[in-house]
Design a protein around this ligand. Structure first.
Ligand code: ADP
Ligand code: MG
Length: 665
């Protein structure tokens, strides 16, 4: 992999910012695809009406005149000859720095509002250059504070120029020929700088195919590899010992829980390595199953690891495990990034010496460089399929631990069979009894008073509330202001009697944990959050979740968020706030069934977000989309099966690269 600093113009600071977007090398960079394309189209001024938004290109016709205003403000007036020879005035505020580049004769494109009566465009943006054919497709990228969409475009194009030919192509030659695919560099170039929609489509299909082919090849490879091989550890423990734990639980397992637990315990006992997915809607009680499995594993004399995507979740699971196993002789440790170096080293040492029975932590920390004495079981919680494939070899004295994946994402059966083709699947179909349906309401922004009233009722009953804050695209600073504003509003409404906390992406893990803990301990009653990363948190006293801009989420994500409440026998409510998309969102008010919702999501959205959104830090396809591209997926699946049996030296070599990719990821 080519490192980012090799790309001209990318320094240490940009590298750090790119890392934040999940970009760690040139391959990542060039596959940071636009999340949107804007069609920039020249306006016909004579058809425009007063105050219409317009885009006009032309030549600067007289030296710009700069007018200083109060404070540090300034205004610049420019005369423009448009491409069809008309004269129009352009005014723009606070761009004095552009004056020197706007010399007479310079070609520019102006974006703004047309004051037709005065024949002036009030510009919001001026760019150098014309729109050659009267229009242009512009790529828009997800950025981060300090790194704009334009910066990213520049880096990508530089990288493509420097290294375009060195980027790994995962499609075998024979397949490229069969489908007459464009080459990789050309496709990437087109997807980042499309000239027409047709070209863009052709290039996207190629890149989607590649992504899905790679994906299916990995799955099919793992399926073959894991099939009927006695490469696992067969574990033995005394049944009485496990029964003791079961008896100590504050509740009886549901029928479904018992069924899946038996499937898992059978796997542990068998010589075949376990590779099982445990699926169950939010709140179905997967955690306790994993704890019992980890305990059975410990009784058999092995270490276990529970990996989760976020530190908050790690904390929670750690506390839960300690509570459940408090009367049993088990050494449980928490391994998270916010520990001191010394603390981490101590844990590493104890793991290596086999002193720790169960370690809980985030994926990176538990995988990484950690050495285990005799790791027997790895449980991965709330991980999507795409993350699951990235299985780093755990350093474990050559032993192959059993692996259990837990996911709350309900997936229609046909899709599940394809994308989890290499795994056994256990499903918890029903929630523990006594749960009430979560009442879901859809409100417009105008009805915010109602919402506050409903919140008040809940607080009065001594319950807690999650608030998911509105999101402002692409700008963390703006994001923060909206959250702060929201916090002020909440303070104004409830601050006298209740405590309000905020968690957002900019907080350090330590601060986040602190606030989460205060929420868990009910020192905070309203928790405002900007992100949805806190999947899996379990605070049963929280009986209401309020989600602003609900329309920006897929139904499945909303269902996950809603699952943060209704975790006890208390009546719970979910309030979705949105002015748009109400037909789609209305489904949420009608059903609590995750599978039903996921089917609807598939049908309605065209691109369901079954597999999570990028914001939530889930592994997602970068360009392919399972719903829209399902046919491509099936084709790729077929092709990959054939490819895996190919003896051609070229194919064999490519397969080695792909296997390498599984191990590295
Ligand atoms: P998820 O499947 O979403 O991870 P959890 O494991 O967090 O769900 O369980 C949700 C809640 O249900 C927890 O508070 C847990 O203690 C409780 N729970 C689990 N199993 C049962 C059961 N059989 N009866 C009653 N409550 C249960
Ligand atoms: Mg869970």
């Amino acid at each position: 992999m080519i490192s980012l600093d090799k790309v001209k113009g990318v320094g240490a600071k940009s590298t750090m910012l790119l890392n934040r977007l999940g970009i760690f090398n040139v391959d990542d960079l060039v596959s940071h695809y636009p999340y949107r394309y804007d069609l920039i189209k020249r306006t016909n001024l004579s058809e425009a009406e007063e105050l219409d938004k317009v885009i006009i290109d032309g030549k600067v016709d007289g030296a710009p005149i700069l007018i200083r205003l109060k404070g540090n403000l300034n205004k610049m007036n420019i005369r423009l000859v448009t491409n069809d020879g008309k004269i129009v005035g352009v005014s723009i505020f606070n761009r004095a720095f552009l004056k020197n580049s706007l010399t007479v004769g310079t070609n520019i494109t102006v974006f703004g509002k047309y004051e037709k009566s005065k024949n002036i465009i009030l510009a919001s943006e001026i760019r150098l250059g014309l729109l050659p054919k009267g229009e242009k497709i512009e790529s828009v990228y997800h950025g981060t504070a300090g790194l704009s969409s334009k910066n990213i475009a520049t880096f990508i194009n530089t990288a493509l120029m420097q290294f375009g030919n060195e980027i790994t192509d995962f499609i075998p030659k024979s397949i490229i020929e069969k489908y007459n695919f464009l080459n990789k560099k050309t496709s990437l170039n087109i997807v980042h700088n499309p000239s027409t929609k047709e070209k863009l489509k052709e290039a996207s299909i190629r890149l989607k195919y590649e992504e899905l082919f790679l994906f299916m090849t990995k799955i099919n490879y793992l399926k073959i590899k894991n099939k009927n091989i006695d490469n696992g550890l067969n574990k033995t423990y005394k049944k009485e010992n496990l029964d003791e734990l079961m008896k100590s639980l504050p509740f009886k397992l549901t029928k479904d829980q018992e069924k899946v637990l038996n499937e898992i315990l059978e796997d542990l006992k068998s010589k075949r390595r376990m590779n099982r997915l445990l699926q169950g809607d939010v709140g179905s009680g997967k955690t306790i199953i994993s704890i019992i499995a980890l305990y059975a594993n410990k009784l058999s004399g092995y270490q276990g690891a529970l990996m989760v995507p976020t530190e908050i979740l790690a904390h929670q699971h750690y506390e839960t495990i300690k509570k459940v196993l408090k009367d049993f002789d088990v050494n449980v440790k928490l391994l998270i990034g916010s520990l001191t170096k010394k603390e981490k080293e101590d844990i590493h040492k104890e793991l290596e010496e086999g002193k720790i029975d169960i370690v809980v932590g985030t994926h990176a920390l538990i995988q990484g460089e950690v050495q285990y004495q005799n790791l027997g079981l790895v449980v991965t919680d709330e991980q999507h399929r795409f993350g699951v494939l990235q299985r780093t070899s755990l350093k474990n004295k050559g032993n192959m631990p059993d692996v259990l994946y837990m996911s709350a994402t309900p997936i229609p059966r046909t899709y599940a069979l394809t994308i989890y083709g290499d795994m056994d699947i256990s499903v918890i179909e029903n929630l523990p009894s006594g749960r009430k349906n979560i009442k879901t309401y859809l409100k417009s922004n105008k009805e915010i008073k109602d919402v506050l009233q409903m919140m008040y009722e809940e607080l009065k009953d001594k319950h807690q509330i999650y608030v998911i804050a509105p999101l402002i695209e692409e700008s963390e600073t703006l994001d923060l202001t909206t959250v702060e504003e929201l916090k002020d509003k909440m303070e104004l409404a409830f601050g006298k009697d209740f405590n309000i906390g905020v968690v957002h992406g900019k907080l350090s893990n330590k601060d986040k944990d602190k606030i989460m803990n205060e929420f868990v301990n009910n020192n905070i009653q309203i928790l405002i959050s900007t992100t949805v990363i806190e999947v899996g948190v379990d605070v049963p006293n929280t009986t209401m979740i309020v989600i602003f801009d609900a329309n920006r989420f897929g139904l499945s994500t909303l269902h996950q968020l809603r699952g943060r409440v209704g975790r006890s026998t208390l009546e719970s409510k979910c309030i979705l706030i949105s002015d748009q998309d109400t037909k789609r969102l209305n489904i949420m008010t009608k059903t609590n069934d995750g599978f039903e919702i996921s089917e609807e999501d598939f049908q309605i959205r065209g691109h369901g977000d079954l597999f999570g959104t990028k914001q939530s830090g889930d592994m997602t396809f970068k360009i392919a989309n399972l719903k829209e591209d399902y046919k491509i997926l099936l084709q790729a699946k077929k092709d990959s099966e054939k490819f895996l049996t190919s003896k051609s030296p070229e194919d064999v070599k490519l397969l080695e690269t792909i296997i390498e990719d599984i191990k590295e990821g």
